[in-house]
Design a protein around this ligand. Structure first.
Ligand code: ZN
Length: 202
């Protein structure tokens, strides 16, 4: 895009434009918003980003956000390690935890498969998922990827990969808004979808 902005402004717009869901127009709007607001407001925002990035990491085992080597769920001995709920992002863990229905553990893929964007299993934490199964004595995998195209593709891929290992592989029940994100479902709907999970058929 041709630009008449000064270098610092253009750099800001470019960096904002790299964020997910932020197109060129939004990037410009946010950049000019930031330039208009008081300096301390911008400093607070920048500090919160740097602070979160330096203090938060991903759990060594499940890739949920953590502030130590293990997230609180993996560190909790009271959780049932035989059941793993596979989700796309940490925010899905938070949504499922809100239901209060689930006592198993999680595995966060850090994304979903998207052939269009060149995201395959190698770009996700799939190898790490398979590696957990035997040492942790996992017996059931619940595929809780989002009910949209990428989420379904990912669930089908994982089902084909995991079923031959001899695990029970289930998919969270339909009833969730199709095309939507897990995180936007209310607790009751999500709790029911989890309870009504079904074995994945070939
Ligand atoms: Zn964890």
């Amino acid at each position: 895009m041709a630009s008449n902005y000064t270098a610092p402004v253009q750099t800001l717009i470019d960096e904002l434009g790299r964020l997910p869901g932020i197109g060129p127009k939004s990037a410009q709007r946010i950049a000019f918003h930031l330039l208009k607001v008081p300096a301390d407001e911008v400093t607070r925002l920048a500090a919160s980003i740097t602070d979160a990035k330096s203090r938060v990491r991903f759990c060594d085992r499940c890739f949920h956000v953590a502030d130590g080597p293990l997230c609180p769920i993996c560190a909790d001995e009271g959780r049932d390690g035989r059941v793993l709920c596979v989700v796309e992002e940490s925010r899905d863990v938070v949504a499922l935890e809100r239901t209060g229905e689930y006592r198993g553990r999680y595995h966060v893929l850090l994304g979903a498969m998207s052939p269009l964007e060149g995201i395959g299993p190698e770009q996700l934490k799939v190898r790490e998922l398979v590696a957990r199964i035997e040492p942790e004595g996992v017996e059931e995998i619940i595929l809780c990827t989002n009910p949209n195209t990428e989420g379904e593709v990912t669930a089908m891929y994982l089902a084909r990969l995991l079923k031959p290992i001899g695990l029970s592989v289930t998919r969270i029940a339909s009833g969730l808004p199709v095309g939507g994100d897990l995180e936007y479902a209310d607790e009751l709907t999500l709790g029911r979808a989890l309870e009504g999970r079904r074995a994945v058929e070939d």
